[in-house]
Write a protein that binds this ligand. Sequence first.
Ligand code: ZN
Length: 305
Amino acid sequence: MSLFRKINNEKGNVLAMTAMAMVFLIGCAAISLDVGLLYIERARIVNAIDSAVLAGVQHLPERPEQALQTAASYAQMNDLQVDEFQFQLRDTNFSITGQVEREVPLHFARIFNQELGLVKARASARVASTSAVNGIVPFGVSEGNYQFGDVLTLKRGAGTFIFPGWYGCLALGGTGADIYEKNIKFGYNKRISIGDFIPIETGNMSGPTATGIKYRIDQCQHAPRCTINSFVDGCSRILIVPIVRLSESRTETVEVVNFAAFLASNYIGNGNENAVEGAFVRYVVPGEIDDSISGYGLYSSYLYE
Ligand SMILES: [Zn+2]
């Protein structure tokens, strides 16, 4: 073989190899573009299904039909199509699972006869009894066997002590009328957990109680007016209250044993003769949960898959 022919042959080999490498590289680029597309599409449906089950779970375990409807309408608001998703209730209506499947048109993979890619997502959210929560109001409700809808006295009027001098008020984050009133209006801004001991606030606190509760009740401008059977999520009249245990031997503090929600229904009396009443309701709030406690109908929700 002459030197000239040898060089020519090598040129041919290089060309063939370059062509093969190009096909390979274009193939890789095509696949990575389509993979990127599928990745983006999957992230979209994951977010949509997560927010749908979190919206739906707010109605569990009490209103399963509403939970399913809410999840479906959130899914559609987040651009999921009706034929792409489905929701089921589980754990005797304590959890909701959503699944979504979407066919995504591909571009480059068509070269390999692959026109559609399938992306899937699944999410579940559940409610369990709240074990720690922010935003409680400074009223301690004693343990008891209450029924939903019962109207309870959250803060007593004059002459109806629980402990000597104690009308049911709590000192959250300090004592005094200003702190107490602020805690009624806005809820205590730190987290309180089951097992915490809260100092009691002695005295009737009639002025700040009246101002605080009136503020909460007046803030509810919902029409029709919120009732125990139908109230707006986050309504200012919803009071998160600690259920407390009293001890004869420890009269300066009360022990938090649970949490409950009440719909502030009334403020009674003037001057020293005032009391706060609320109707016992089930409610879902952001907070920590504990599966081992049987609660008072205050739940928190979380995503678990
Ligand atoms: Zn309201």
